[in-house]
Every structure is written in structure tokens, then in C-alpha cells.
Design a protein around this ligand. Structure first.
Ligand code: XIL
Length: 403
């Protein structure tokens, strides 16, 4: 795979440029150390328009000691975002992981013997302080992260059911820890969009997707101030079906909610070296998500969970068997997946007619692509496509079928 870094010097080669024109959030999870690293900061600001803290704004870092708040890293991320005209997404106020040891030794057990009332106070104090500190700076929060159990077999017997995950928050407070968390976040920053975020909720045929929808419906019924849902999208590179996701996504439109793909990574498997076809397959899967985002106004954006294949949590969870799930390679070169998203967004911009004619000429690159997304040649004359071998070709966003 050639290392293509043209997005660093030519903004039209970046997804950021087209995402900005479309008004979509195109984001990346980073740590504050990226903002002081010359290469990483340049790459982040050129390639994306939104950042989210991969770890540093979670509970265990913002309130490691009770009622002593640390905003150092989050503030550095905000400074970077505002200096570069980017948005800062907040992740996350309540989770069962990244719980400080003064709350629980593992986020599950109530081994500090909290009463319901005390733990509600702890949660309220945390949310009011953190969401209050970032008021007007974080435009959107994952208020609660991963609150559902992986086992949603309840769906078989109760189609409107869902099973909560056993965590210290749920076990001590009960399900209304959710409602309270959203209400406090809303009170701390009434302008921030508030999201419920989870994984395994992407494909409509999965029980957890139905359970997640059921939970969201019940929150809406109870009047909880929720604006949107996050579908994390940690998947394998060849394993996301567009109809399955489109069906899920549509359910949230019906509820009048926004939706984002919040933590995308699409892992390769079982090898360090991949064929061009495999990279194209990964790109195809990224394209599925980009297309869903492009076509639906209520799908407000997509974020990947790491800057490059050199910075992914996937490697740490199953070293050697998975990896290279992201849009930039180890050298920050744009992979086929990055280019695929750029084309999807660019074509939408061109189709929408929001560019001036001269901008549009620049935007059209007059390359003929085959079905696998491989560039074949460049021409001003689309009729020339008909002298190619039988097949389907794409030229400036249009299909050409050669029979
Ligand atoms: C992960 C980070 O990538 C790691 O660096 C950290 O140690 C643990 O958390 N779902 C989420 C994210 O919602 O917060 C997780 O991030 C990845 C899975």
C-alpha cells in the first residue's frame, strides 16, 4: 500500500474538508499527548474535524480522588480543538470501567458499601462538576456508556424487554441512575447534546440492538433528556451489512433522535500482511458507514477510535490476531478506507450543488474507478469508459455499466 499523505498539504484530499462542507462530524479519539506531538497534531487537524478523549475525560482520571477534579488533559484537548477549528466530544460521564478505586475496586462490586443515597450524591457531584466545567466547550456527551448486559436473551420472551448490566451504579442505585445522570448533565450544560452509547447495538438482527432500542424508548417515555444514541462499531473489517445497520438507524429516526457511529474500528485478522483486496474490503465496510451517514441528516457523524494503526486499543486486547483497524496506517498514510470516505462525502457535496462551478471542477478528479474502488485511468470524456472490459465503473459519482 503506498503511503499517501496528500491530505496534509491539499485540503481537498482530506475527509475533513468535505465533512465540514456537509456539516458532518468526522472525528477521532486521541490522548492529549497527541496535541504536543508535531506529527500527530498536524495529522489530527488535517484529517479530522472533531476529537474525543480516548481515556482522559473518564471518571478515573477526572476524579481519581473523591471531590478533587482534574481537567488538565481535557483542557489541553479543548485548547487544541479550538485552535484548530475542531469540535470536542465528551466521553464519558458514567461507565462501569474506568471507575476510581474509591468508588469500587472493579466498577461492579459495591465493596465500599455505598447506600443508594450516598452513591447518587457521588454521581451527581461528578456529573455537575465535569459537565459544568466543560459547559460550552464540549458540544456533546456520552452521558452513560455500555449500560446493557451482553446477554439479551430476554428479547425472546419479551419483545420490549432489555437487561441492564450489573455494575456498581445499577446494583446500588437501580435503573434510574440513568435518568438521573442525563438530568444532571442537562442541568450542568443545557446546550450540550446528550447521548447513550453502547456496542453490539449496530446490527438489527442482534438481540442487543433491539434491547438498546427498547431501553431508549423507555427513557423517552420517562421524559429523560436524551438527544441521541451512539453505535460504537467495533467490528471486523468484512463484517458489517448495510441493510442491517440501516434498519437499526431508521428506528432512531422514528424516535426523533440523532445518531452517530462513535468508536469505529474495523479489525483485520490473523496476519500482519494483507492483500490489496483485503484493504479494499475494509474500505468497503467504512464506505457502508459513510454512505449511511451521508444520506441521513439525523446521522450526525462518524468517529474512529484511534489516530492510526499504530495507536489502537485493538492491538492491546488481542495482540497478533487482530489489528490495523483504522483509517491511517502506521506512517499516517491514508488507507483505502480513508479515501473511500472522502469520495462518499465529496460526491455528496458535488451532488448537492453547494460548490461554485470552479470549485466543482477542482473537486471532480475525473478518475474512472472499477467496482473494487481501484482507479483505472483519468479522462475528461466518460464515453471512453465504454471501451473498457465488461463491468461496472464509477466516474464522478455516477455508475457506468459496460455490457
Ligand atoms: C478504551 C481505550 O481505547 C483504552 O485506551 C482504555 O484503556 C480503555 O478504554 N468502548 C469504549 C471506550 O467506550 O471508552 C473504550 O476505550 C473502548 C471500548
Amino acid at each position: 500500500m503506498p503511503v499517501d499523505k496528500s491530505y496534509l498539504t491539499d485540503e481537498t484530499k482530506s475527509v475533513r474538508y468535505w465533512a465540514d462542507l456537509l456539516g458532518k462530524d468526522f472525528g477521532v479519539a486521541i490522548n492529549s499527548s497527541a496535541t504536543t506531538n508535531a506529527t500527530q497534531s498536524a495529522v489530527t487537524a488535517a484529517a479530522f474535524n472533531t476529537i474525543v478523549a480516548e481515556w482522559e475525560m473518564k471518571f478515573a482520571n477526572t476524579e481519581k480522588t473523591r471531590n478533587v477534579f482534574n481537567y488538565k488533559e481535557g483542557d489541553a484537548l479543548y485548547k487544541f480543538a479550538s485552535e484548530n477549528g475542531m469540535k470536542l466530544r465528551g466521553h464519558c460521564l458514567v461507565w462501569h470501567e474506568s471507575v476510581p478505586s474509591w468508588v469500587s475496586s472493579d466498577g461492579i462490586k459495591n465493596d465500599k458499601n455505598w447506600t443508594r443515597e450516598e452513591l447518587l450524591k457521588v454521581l451527581k457531584n461528578h456529573i455537575m462538576n465535569v459537565a459544568g466545567h466543560y459547559k460550552g466547550k464540549v458540544y456533546e456527551w456520552d452521558v452513560v456508556n455500555e449500560c446493557l448486559s451482553n446477554d439479551q436473551s430476554i428479547i425472546k420472551t419479551n419483545s420490549s424487554g432489555y437487561t441492564m448490566r450489573n455494575t456498581v451504579w445499577y446494583d446500588v442505585i437501580g435503573e434510574d441512575f440513568l435518568d438521573s445522570a442525563f438530568v444532571w448533565a442537562h442541568r450542568a450544560d443545557p446546550d450540550a447534546k446528550l447521548y447513550l452509547n453502547d456496542y453490539g447495538n449496530e446490527k438489527w438482527s442482534d438481540a442487543k440492538s433491539k434491547a438498546f432500542l427498547n431501553l431508549v424508548k423507555s427513557m423517552k417515555r420517562r421524559g429523560v433528556p436524551i438527544n441521541g444514541v451512539g453505535l460504537q462499531c467495533h467490528y471486523n473489517y468484512n463484517n458489517l451489512d448495510s441493510t442491517e445497520i440501516a434498519n437499526t438507524v431508521y428506528e432512531y429516526k422514528k424516535l426523533g433522535l440523532e445518531l452517530k457511529f462513535t468508536e469505529i474500528d474495523l479489525s483485520m485478522q490473523n496476519s500482519q500482511f494483507y492483500s490489496d483486496e483485503q484493504w479494499e474490503e475494509q474500505a468497503r465496510t467504512y464506505r457502508v458507514l459513510a454512505n449511511i451517514c451521508r444520506l441521513r441528516p439525523y446521522v450526525t457523524g462518524m468517529l474512529v477510535w484511534g489516530l492510526s494503526d499504530g495507536q489502537t486499543w485493538v492491538n492491546s486486547t488481542a495482540a497478533g490476531t487482530k489489528g490495523q483497524p483504522l483509517l491511517l496506517n502506521y506512517f499516517y498514510g491514508a488507507k483505502p478506507g480513508y479515501e473511500a470516505i472522502r469520495r462518499v462525502f465529496r460526491d455528496k457535496v458535488i451532488d448537492s450543488g453547494i460548490l461554485s462551478p470552479s470549485e466543482e471542477r477542482v473537486a471532480r478528479d475525473n478518475t474512472v474507478y472499477d467496482l473494487t474502488g481501484k482507479p483505472r485511468y483519468v479522462t475528461d470524456d466518460p464515453k471512453s469508459i465504454y471501451s473498457l472490459p465488461k463491468g461496472l465503473y464509477i466516474y464522478n459519482g455516477q455508475k457506468y455499466i459496460v455490457k
